[in-house]
Design a protein around this ligand. Structure first.
Ligand code: FAD
Length: 434
């Protein structure tokens, strides 16, 4: 078995420019915010602004560790890694550019395309300009700014809005829609918008770029609404494209869609019977969490394991400060489907553990069927939400005992954030039985 990748280190974009650096960066900023809030440190610690690429020192350590762990996995499983760019010659032959103009040909029986995605770069922006960034380039930002524009209020834009405000930058967050992360439960979406405003993010909704004026040390964003926003830099975080254009897909009769993505069936097979695809290149949900499982399932289907289960239910994990995580249906979806549901809520400010760690905002919402008490959706906003969600996810996955009663009849460690489940369940049951 062979893996082909142009980097001299394994791990893909997730490890080198996506999930890992952004999460390690977030953790450093999160620590900084907590130090600043803690009365024991505020006098002793003088906070000096540092450029983003210096805050990334911790991330570089994590990346090194991830690379060496994955390298060991490949070695242990005797998987050869070839460094180079691959493209198809036909459905059983690849051409690999291993060095500038040095090519190797590889024949294969079956292949999985996992070329991932990259930030979408519209032609109207000059990404070579030192004040214009996308989510890959931002990791090299080597100067401090007072104010930054983030264009695009999706997951990446919102996560960076938290990071920048934590570093003390003013942020203008440009949203093309009228609500932040509109696919979320609307209370959670309102909560993050409220907290963003408290931290100094100016959310500008229903706006669209007209053009960007660039100067040596600032940019001016002209919006179609006529507004002009001056700022020290801009982070463009509006969409991603699949990395398919260099693959010479025509040679095998495959065509990517307008976003560079490939279509697959329930076994991750493309329209060509020996070629599979997984990860960002197949679109939904474009998360590293799912890409791992999709890759494993695609490999299982490829070798004829019919018990493999395609990825279907993926939790949303958004690492803003505070975090957001959800699984299952939203209130809006259940209302549209006319399901008689009820809500159980636990506000973090009432939990002993949250008070101890100084968590001010946060809520856990459990949506459940009024008659059967089956859990239908869990929505969490607050510190550790992306961990907390997995307790509910595990219960939802059970074939029996997947009801609200599980949380009432189970003793939780105290004090914990997980205790929110018991509090929310009791709150929900009170609504049903009172
Ligand atoms: C800023 C940011 C933050 C994110 N945070 C999270 C998060 O918190 N949680 C989460 O689950 N997801 C997160 N994601 C999404 C996550 O990074 C992606 O879903 C994940 O990387 C997809 O994995 P993949 O294997 O499909 O592709 P990638 O990780 O993109 O890897 C694709 C690899 O293929 C290589 N390649 C490309 N073309 C060729 C070719 N022609 N020949 C050979 N090799 C090629 C690339 O060099 C790359 O190494 C984040 C993404 C970004 C940008």
């Amino acid at each position: 078995m062979v893996v082909i990748d142009p980097r001299d280190q394994v791990g893909g974009n997730s490890t080198h420019v996506g999930t890992i650096p952004s999460k390690a960066l977030r953790q450093s900023v999160f620590n900084l915010i907590n130090f600043r809030r803690d009365p024991m440190f505020t006098k002793a610690m003088e906070y000096k602004q540092v450029p983003l690429n210096r805050v990334l020192a911790n991330a570089r350590k994590v990346i090194r560790n991830q690379v060496s762990t994955h390298t060991r996995f490949y070695e242990r499983n005797r998987i050869e890694v070839i460094q180079g760019w691959a493209s198809f010659i036909d459905a059983h032959t690849l051409r690999v550019e291993t060095d500038d103009n040095v090519f190797e040909t590889i024949t294969f029986n079956k292949a999985i395309v996992t070329v991932g995605s990259r930030p979408y770069r519209p032609e109207i922006l000059d990404f070579n300009h030192p004040r214009v960034f996308d989510s890959d380039k931002i990791l090299q930002m080597d100067y401090v700014v007072k104010k930054i524009i983030i264009y695009g209020a999706g997951v990446i834009g919102c996560e960076y809005a938290s990071i920048f405000t934590g570093l003390g930058y003013k942020v203008d967050l440009i949203n093309n829609q009228n609500q932040l992360l509109s696919y979320l439960d609307s209370e959670i979406s309102d909560a993050i918008a409220h907290d963003f405003r408290q931290f100094g993010v100016l959310i500008r909704s229903n706006e669209e770029i007209d053009h960007l004026e660039t100067h040596d040390d600032y940019v001016v964003l002209h919006l179609k609404s006529g507004k002009r926003i001056k700022s020290d830099a801009i982070l463009w975080s509006n969409g991603r494209s699949g990395n398919t254009e260099g693959l010479n897909l025509e040679a095998i009769g495959l065509k990517a869609n307008s976003r560079g993505q490939l279509k697959v069936d329930d076994t991750y097979c493309t329209e060509i019977e020996n070629i599979y695809a997984a990860g960002d290149v197949i679109g939904w949900p474009s998360l590293a969490s799912a890409a791992y499982d999709q890759g494993r399932c695609a490999a299982a289907f490829m070798v004829g394991d019919s018990d493999a289960e395609p990825v279907s239910s993926v939790p949303t994990g958004i690492y803003t400060i505070p975090e957001i995580s959800c699984i299952g249906k939203t209130e809006q979806e259940l209302t549209d489907e006319k399901v008689p549901y009820e809500v159980g809520q636990a506000f973090f400010k009432h939990l002993a553990r949250a008070q101890i760690i100084g968590e001010r905002s946060g809520v856990l919402k459990i949506l459940f069927h009024r008659d059967t008490l089956e859990i239908l959706g869990i929505h969490c906003y607050g510190n550790h939400a992306s961990e907390i969600i997995h307790i509910g996810q595990a219960v939802m996955k059970c074939k029996s005992n997947n009801t609200l009663e599980y949380f009432v009849n189970t003793t939780f460690n105290y004090p914990t954030m997980a205790e929110a489940y018991r509090v929310a369940a009791l709150n929900g049951l009170n609504r049903v039985f009172k």
